[in-house]
Design a protein around this ligand. Structure first.
Ligand code: GLA
Length: 387
């Protein structure tokens, strides 16, 4: 059938749009007038599984810059101004993308999955069928196993987004990868908005019943250096999930009242980090999941972090039911990161929005099961600012 004028116009428009999309990506690589939001795409010289690692840089008019790469969908840097306007990188990690391939990064900046956090005994039963996973954290399974989503290459693409500048990372985790059932097709998008939000959108579908719990594992330091004990933290939670000595939840939802876990009002992290509370001994500090207080479904504030010396603040909102606050207890000075900084004990902290640890083995916890035909869709929004 001959093409109508309408079809021809449409196809011409599509070509124009495609050219414009390519040009805008290419053009933004050139120096931009200050204030223009940009997304740039830079290939590295490093290949993983036959794919080149690419680095994407998002900038907004307010001087925030976030870089992320296709390996592990890792956020490499996140530069924000302090209260005097001086810009600093507020996340831990390595300068050289190749450095992450060594495999000893404690999940710096990565997307963690297929199951973020722990699954007790490294096994679960789904629809009556047992599944065995790698025990890579004592007797338990942690952060997706030996080669989780932080250690694989994703595809990356700048995307048009009315909310800001965006990069989307996509990947299909094959059926059986790290022992999990079902091919899981994922899309994780980072969008930097003019209001200094970094919106993380997670989308996944599966072809067989499986369990999914994806999170972002950035280590923040709002001073840019030193320890995080002077940071003030508020967590919007009345309860947390106490753990056994291997950090698997007991199943109880315990009140935070009267414990070092009470962050309902902003508290210095250092104030109670050395507490004798038995739970603090298990975690060697804070390494626990809080049950977020929320009025119904949807996005709700999970935590607020503030650093008095720099004036920087970070607010975290999420659609998830839980938040793992990890105070960087396992950082021990053995890793040297950006700017030759040695990452010592508690030099960074993680605020990992998530479903509760070990949910596949805890019928009373919100479910992490995803079935064919369903959509896994969660959102977490980080807002940086100054006070
Ligand atoms: C999470 C865990 C911690 C630790 C870090 C990575 O936050 O809960 O126990 O494994 O990741 O070192």
């Amino acid at each position: 059938m001959p093409k109508s004028g309408y079809d021809n116009t449409l196809s011409a428009m599509r070509t124009l749009l495609a050219v414009a999309a390519v040009m805008s990506v290419a053009l933004t690589a050139a120096p931009q007038p200050p204030g223009k939001p940009t997304v740039t795409r830079t290939p590295t010289q490093i290949d993983v599984d036959g794919k080149r690692i690419e680095v994407f840089t998002l900038t907004n008019a307010a001087g925030v810059e976030v870089t992320a790469m296709t390996y592990g969908a890792i956020i490499l840097s996140w530069k924000t101004p302090d209260r005097t306007g001086k810009s600093t990188d507020i996340v831990l990690g390595f300068e050289d993308p190749a450095r992450y391939l060594k495999g000893d990064s404690p999940y710096f900046g990565a997307i963690v999955g297929r199951y973020g956090n722990r699954i007790g005994g490294a096994r679960f039963v789904l629809d009556g069928k047992p599944y065995a996973l790698a025990a890579n954290d004592g007797p338990n399974h942690l952060h997706g196993g030996k080669r989780g989503f932080d250690k694989v290459i994703w595809d990356g693409e700048p995307v048009k987004d009315s909310r800001g500048v965006s990069v989307a990372f996509t990947r299909t985790s094959p059926d059986g990868e790290e022992g999990y059932p079902g091919a899981l097709t994922m899309r994780v998008t980072y969008t930097l908005t003019p209001k200094n939000e970094l919106i993380v959108d997670y989308l996944a579908t599966t072809d067989k019943p499986t369990v999914v719990n994806l999170t972002q594992h950035s280590y923040f330091n709002l001073a840019g250096d030193g320890d995080i004990l002077g940071h003030e933290l508020r967590i919007n939670a009345d309860r947390y999930t106490p753990v056994d000595k291997t950090l698997i939840p007991t199943g109880e939802l315990a009140p935070v009242e009267g414990t070092p876990f009470d962050f309902r009002k902003p508290m210095r992290i250092g104030a109670r980090v050395a507490s004798e509370h038995p739970q603090m001994q298990f975690g060697r500090g804070y390494d626990h999941n809080w049950v977020l207080a929320r009025a119904g479904a949807g996005l709700s504030v999970a935590a607020e972090l503030y650093e008095p010396s720099s004036g920087r603040s970070l607010q975290v909102s999420t659609t998830e039911p839980g938040l793992q606050f990890y105070s960087g207890n396992f950082l021990d000075g053995t890793l040297t990161g950006k700017g030759n900084r040695v990452y010592k004990h508690r030099n960074g902290l993680c605020l990992e929005t998530q479903h509760f640890p070990d949910s596949p083995n805890k019928a009373s916890f919100p479910t992490t099961v995803l079935r064919p035909g369903e959509k896994y869709r969660t959102q977490t929004v980080f807002v940086t600012g100054v006070r």
